[in-house]
Design a protein around this ligand. Structure first.
Ligand SMILES: Cc1cc2nc3c(=O)[nH]c(=O)nc-3n(C[C@H](O)[C@H](O)[C@H](O)COP(=O)(O)O)c2cc1C
Length: 419
């Protein structure tokens, strides 16, 4: 379990009371926390509160008697540094290289190899002020992590931007910076951690047109893909769902703001949509569940006449219709090259009671698909309330899950922020 030494600094903002909850969370999670407060911060929250929360003395002055060279020692000691709340004044002093109190002097002694998180908290006019904007830009350029602010009612009674993130959200950002395992985080914190991760899911079966009214398709409903989309969005991920025109799309899909959905019909339309989507945006993971036709129509022979498919209009029904199919390339084999930084998750559905045949199918897919993980399920095992999935890293079994919800959680762990 990873425990960190956190140098927690407060500057003068009404949000100091929120910083106290965060301090308590950090201490409860087992981190060692040293607190430094500006003189203004101590007008908002008392030393006794800060000491009570951490069980340690609060550092307030560069020239404290008996604490020689504290500005160097504390910086050396820390694994990560947090300025929370970050006042407009202290942010501006950072950018100007001023060191007139312990917080700013510590920053001048900062070791830029260590994570330094800044959680701004201020009135919207202060936050929008050019001095604040350029100071934030400057210190961000130096490598500090500037956390976003929330929009809402501010302490001054106005509505706007500049509200400090909630303690849970800042806790998540610290966890990311210090690699705290997911198991240590609350659900809200996990949501925040995942919030800048994008997942692309393909779901449902392609439909290969014969003519304007007929097609060849498969029995895939797209239900598992839709369930994964909903569950992963509820875990904080931003999800793009490419689903077949006739796929199952529960109401949550349209209600959930974190899901963007697009439809496809044929193999070619999915292939085009997939390439466009992957070139428009970077994804952290691509979960490719769509049941893609192995063959598309090449030609149709009807009443002795051979026509290139698909045929416009409707073929007159004669005695015999001969369809010539052409093999489609495997889309899964192309995803990694189009999205080299994404974790690619391939699916294999088999229909055999033989464990050996199932293993062979996974092995074959692992050989040609450049996928990070393969999820296998077998039609024979699917029943009421029972839908087992096995996740493989190449051909090595790593996890089992029963049902789409459990599968989504297992995949969220593999895709999530803290590997
Ligand atoms: C009630 C009250 C609330 C304040 N809230 C904030 C705030 O949220 N953000 C901020 O940047 N300044 C705020 N200020 C102003 C700062 O406390 C002031 O600029 C102070 O000098 C900051 O000092 P420091 O950066 O050394 O901590 C507030 C002042 C008062 C009196």
């Amino acid at each position: 379990m990873s425990r960190s030494k956190i140098l927690f600094q407060l500057s003068g903002s009404i949000a100091c009371f929120k910083a106290c909850s965060l301090l308590s969370m950090l201490v409860k999670a087992g981190h060692e926390v040293e607190v430094v407060a500006t003189a203004s911060a101590l007008k908002f929250v008392g030393e006794a509160t800060l000491e009570g929360l951490t069980g340690r003395r609060v550092h307030t002055s560069t020239f404290e008697s008996g604490s020689y060279m504290q500005h160097i020692h504390l910086m050396r000691w820390a694994d990560a540094i947090v300025l929370c709340p970050a006042s407009a004044n202290t942010i501006a002093k950072f950018a100007a290289g001023i060191g007139d109190d312990l917080v700013t002097t510590l920053f001048l002694a900062h070791d830029f190899k260590k994570p330094y998180l800044v959680a701004p908290a201020m009135n919207q006019s202060m936050y929008a002020h050019p001095a604040t904007r350029s100071a934030l830009e400057k210190i961000s350029g130096w490598g500090l992590t500037i956390l976003p602010t929330g929009f809402g009612t501010l302490a001054c009674g106005e509505n706007g931007d500049g509200r400090m993130l909630e303690p849970d959200e800042i806790f998540a950002a610290i966890a990311r910076a210090t690699s705290l395992p997911n198991s240590e985080l609350s659900t809200d914190a996990i949501r925040v951690l995942n919030s800048d991760k994008h997942i692309l899911i393909t779901a449902g079966g392609t439909e290969e047109p014969i003519d304007g009214v007929r097609s060849i398709t498969n029995t895939s409903t797209g239900r598992t893909g839709a369930e994964l989309a909903v569950k992963l969005a509820s875990q904080g991920f931003a999800v793009t769902l490419l689903h077949a025109k006739n796929a199952v799309t529960p109401a949550e899909i349209s209600k959930e703001q974190r899901i963007k959905s697009k439809t496809f019909t044929s193999f070619v339309s999915l292939q085009t949509l997939l390439s466009e989507t992957l070139s428009e945006q970077n994804f952290d993971a691509v979960i490719h569940l769509a049941a893609v036709a192995d063959y598309s129509l090449a030609e149709v022979e009807s009443n002795g006449a051979v026509t290139k498919a698909p045929i416009k209009g409707k073929i007159d029904s004669g005695e015999e219709l001969t369809l010539k199919l052409k093999k489609n390339p495997k889309l899964i084999d192309t995803i990694k090259s189009q999205a080299p930084n994404a974790k690619v998750i391939a699916f294999k559905l088999t229909r055999t009671p033989s464990a050996e045949e199932r293993a062979d199918a996974v092995e074959l897919l692992a050989k040609h698909a450049n996928a990070d993980y393969i999820v296998h399920n077998d039609f024979e095992e699917i029943g009421e309330g029972h839908h087992p999935f096995t996740i493989y890293a190449q051909t090595k079994e790593i996890k089992k899950a029963n049902g789409a919800a459990a599968l989504a959680l297992a995949l969220a762990d593999l895709i999530g922020a803290n590997p």
